[in-house]
Design a protein around this ligand. Structure first.
Ligand code: ADP
Ligand code: MG
Length: 482
């Protein structure tokens, strides 16, 4: 299904390419030993290199390089064993060096690909153009003082991966799905925490529109969008603006824009710089970055299982594609599921985790890693069903109590006398009571109203406080009613 926006002159197609800045998970910065922890006191994590002091020399942080290589491998991209750092020159108050060390002509990672899944279940490949390493700038704070701006250099020099996609996306949904998938891959790899609200992942959204069948038209770049929802809104708002420009006989000019999240519109920030404006040149303080093929191979060998592979493995274990998708969205959820599923029936475990467990967890507002019910405890509950100590209905109540009290299921079942009744004598007694109290219905049933069977099951279960063994209740009830 193709996404189009109807204009006055007919349908328009939207073309989107994303440049994602992902902060590398690492203890230290790209070229200095200063710490990178989020939320530290302003200017408390700044070395002389980060502050642009004269004569300070950058030294590459090997872990940041490893993280970029891991990410490249996760994007099924080519790793360039030879890459180079260039200076990108521009003035900004929060850029004390007067340039950013980046990789322009020779990035560390080349072309790759990401598979996205859309709401209708279909998949699409989005190609990656490149990934390069660069330094982040500091931060200007304009809201601390009525007439002054402050500069915080904690972020100055932090390693970023800029991940550039091809203009392969055609709708807000595809852009959202791409970002979601990219973030999932980064989180699985442990190379970026993906926390967009903390700024550790942000997107420049390139948008153009065209008539179906045409070549690409001029794009605009919406800078620094910091949530997936805003990216989707920015695409739509910017596409509608451009359609209007074209339909009024104007021409879209290539420029950098900002998304006003309050008003839901983009506005012009500056005309677009061209590469030559930055006077890129190889950084004379840094030799080319040369990687050994063996080292790259060892990183590849130690890569964790990625979301696509894990999902495929779950489907092979007998889960539905939907359950496999939901259970692999977060690495922590997948780990939880696997801990419960170990030695148990995977499909039953998936049903419980995605069903009652998720519902209860949502009510607490906690993440799976903070769940008051551990994987071991949930496993014990499922064992109590499997060995027929309790029935499935009672198990749901027990799970709710586990969430409330943190008690183990066995203790709850014993303390509250919830063991299911498998004693046929007790079941027969309950059936006799129910039949006596509903003599009219028994007569109706016997004269052919089969549907009443469910009613009797319900009444007998109720008479037994829900603890009857459902299979036995059914069996004995059939005999007695016959
Ligand atoms: P720059 O740094 O000048 O923005 P990049 O090559 O880093 O250039 O990124 C360009 C981005 O714009 C890529 O994500 C690319 O897919 C996207 N893009 C290029 N042409 C178009 C277009 N006509 N419409 C939408 N996006 C485009
Ligand atoms: Mg760019």
């Amino acid at each position: 299904m193709t996404y189009v926006i109807e204009g006055r002159t007919g349908p328009w197609e939207v073309v989107i390419g994303l440049e994602v800045h992902a902060q590398v998970t690492s203890q230290a910065k790209l070229f200095s030993g200063a710490a990178t922890e989020f939320g530290a006191a302003p200017n408390s994590q700044v070395s002389f290199v980060d502050a642009g002091f004269p004569g300070m020399l950058p030294v590459i942080n090997q872990e940041c390089v490893a993280q970029a290589v891991r990410t490249g491998l996760g994007l099924k991209a080519e790793i360039h064993l030879w890459s180079r750092f260039d200076r990108k020159n521009y003035f900004y108050a929060d850029l004390p060096q007067g340039y950013q060390i980046s990789q322009f002509a020779h990035p560390i990672v080349g072309t790759g690909t990401v598979e996205i899944t859309l709401a209708d279940g279909s998949t699409k490949q989005i190609d990656i153009t490149r990934l390069h390493l660069e330094q982040d700038a500091g931060k200007s704070l304009h809201d601390q003082h009525p007439s002054k701006s402050f500069i915080d250099l904690n972020r100055s020099g932090v390693a970023l991966m800029e991940i550039v996609s091809e203009p392969d996306m055609r709708s807000p949904e595809e852009a959202g799905a791409y970002l979601t998938k990219l973030r999932q891959i980064l989180r699985y790899l442990g190379t970026c925490d993906g926390n967009m609200d903390e700024g550790s992942m942000r997107a420049d959204v390139n948008v153009s529109v065209r008539k179906p069948g045409e070549g690409f038209r001029t794009r605009c770049e919406v800078k620094n969008v910091n949530s997936i929802r805003f990216v989707m809104q920015a695409v739509e708002a910017e596409a509608r603006r451009q359609i209007e420009v074209w339909e009024e006989g104007g021409a879209v000019e290539q420029e950098t824009r900002l998304f006003d999240t309050g008003r839901g519109v983009t506005r012009s920030m500056r005309s677009k710089e061209d590469a030559h404006d930055y006077r890129y040149f190889p950084d004379p303080d840094l030799p080319p970055l040369v990687l050994e093929a063996d080292w790259v191979e060892s990183l590849k060998a130690s890569l964790p299982e990625l979301p696509d592979e894990r999902r495929a493995r779950y489907v092979a274990m007998g889960l539905s594609p939907y359950d496999a998708h939901v259970l692999t969205l977060e690495r922590e959820t997948a780990a939880f599921f696997e801990a419960v599923a170990k030695g148990r029936d995977a499909k039953t475990v998936a049903n419980w985790v995605t069903g009652d467990f998720f519902a209860a967890l949502n009510r607490t507002g906690l993440g799976v890693e903070e769940s008051p019910v551990s994987a071991a405890a949930l496993g014990e509950l499922l064992d109590l069903i499997a060995d027929k100590t309790i029935n499935g209905k009672i198990a749901k109540d027990v799970l709710a109590i586990m969430f409330e009290t943190g008690e183990r299921p066995g203790a709850i079942v014993d303390a509250r006398g919830l063991r299911q009744v498998v004693d046929t004598g007790a079941i027969e007694a309950a059936i006799a009571r129910v039949m006596e109290a509903n003599a009219d219905k028994v007569a109706e049933y016997r004269s052919g109203k089969d549907k009443l069977f469910g009613f009797f099951v319900g009444q007998v279960m109720k008479a037994m406080q829900g603890k009857g063994n459902p299979a036995l209740v059914n069996e004995v009830l059939k005999q007695k009613l016959a």
